[in-house]
Write a protein that binds this ligand. Structure first.
Ligand code: SF4
Length: 240
């Protein structure tokens, strides 16, 4: 375990040293989030932890936010979408628009996730992610430190080489709070309506937007994007 923990902590320290207050950790409150919140708190790294409240989260996610705050004595910054944007979108397409088409699902993710995150990243230089190479084929080629090709925003991936078993081992050995949905065979946890449990042999992210059945579409816009993409100057963008 130490062979994985030390490089991960080292990368977090390096990121903090380089970027200082311009570094943040937008946490998805999944199992990897448990590891990173524990590392950041235990090592006194003072990296602000934030999370996105899309308005469609499962209760278990609010409960793990509360558990983190109680355990580590921190306040997690909760980001909300613009209520006027959500109202306009729902007025036009309905509350379950994400089931109607891939485009509307991406629009919902953009309004509820990507735009709030981009507002939080304004003026920042870098962010930490909990992505792991093994989570999906689409994450196989990630690097531990990446740069947004348009604006130069750095992304640090301290858990890149961790397996799911490694993550579980850390959480259990350190008695870290975690989202109880993981005990019900949920792996990648997002909005309640867009997340399901997975079965043996399925890709870890197969429980996200499963009805689309498309590897490329199984991202929400947070991790293959740029600020320009979010404001519409560039068309492509995929992404927690
Ligand atoms: S995960 Fe589903 S409900 Fe949540 S923002 Fe994306 S499309 Fe909307």
């Amino acid at each position: 375990m130490n062979a994985l923990v030390e490089p991960a902590v080292s990368l977090l320290k390096q990121a903090k040293q380089v970027h200082g207050d311009a570094l943040v950790y937008p946490c998805s409150m999944g199992l990897e989030g448990s590891v990173l919140v524990d590392m950041i708190s235990k090592h006194g790294l003072n990296i602000p932890v934030m999370t996105l409240d899309t308005g469609r989260l499962p209760q278990a996610t609010y409960d793990v936010i509360t558990a983190f705050e109680a355990r580590y004595g921190i306040r997690i910054q909760v980001l909300f979408p613009d209520c006027h944007e959500v109202e306009a979108m729902v007025r036009e397409y309905g509350v379950n628009l994400f089931r109607k088409s891939v485009e509307l699902r991406k629009q919902c993710c953009e309004v509820r996730k990507v735009r709030p995150l981009m507002r939080a990243l304004e003026g920042k230089e870098a962010w930490v992610t909990g992505r792991r190479r093994q989570q999906s084929k689409g994450r196989a080629d990630l690097q531990s430190v990446e740069t947004d090709s348009v604006y130069g925003l750095k992304k640090y991936n301290p858990l890149l080489e961790w397996s799911l078993d490694d993550v579980w081992s850390y959480v259990k050995e350190n008695d870290v709070p975690y989202n109880r949905l993981h005990d019900a065979h949920y792996q990648s946890i997002g909005c309640e309506c867009c997340t399901r449990a997975i079965t043996v042999g399925e890709d870890e992210r197969a429980g996200r937007w499963w009805w689309e059945n498309d590897e490329v579409a199984a991202e929400c816009g947070l991790h293959v994007m740029s600020i320009k993409q979010v404001v519409g100057e560039i068309e492509d963008g995929e992404g927690i």
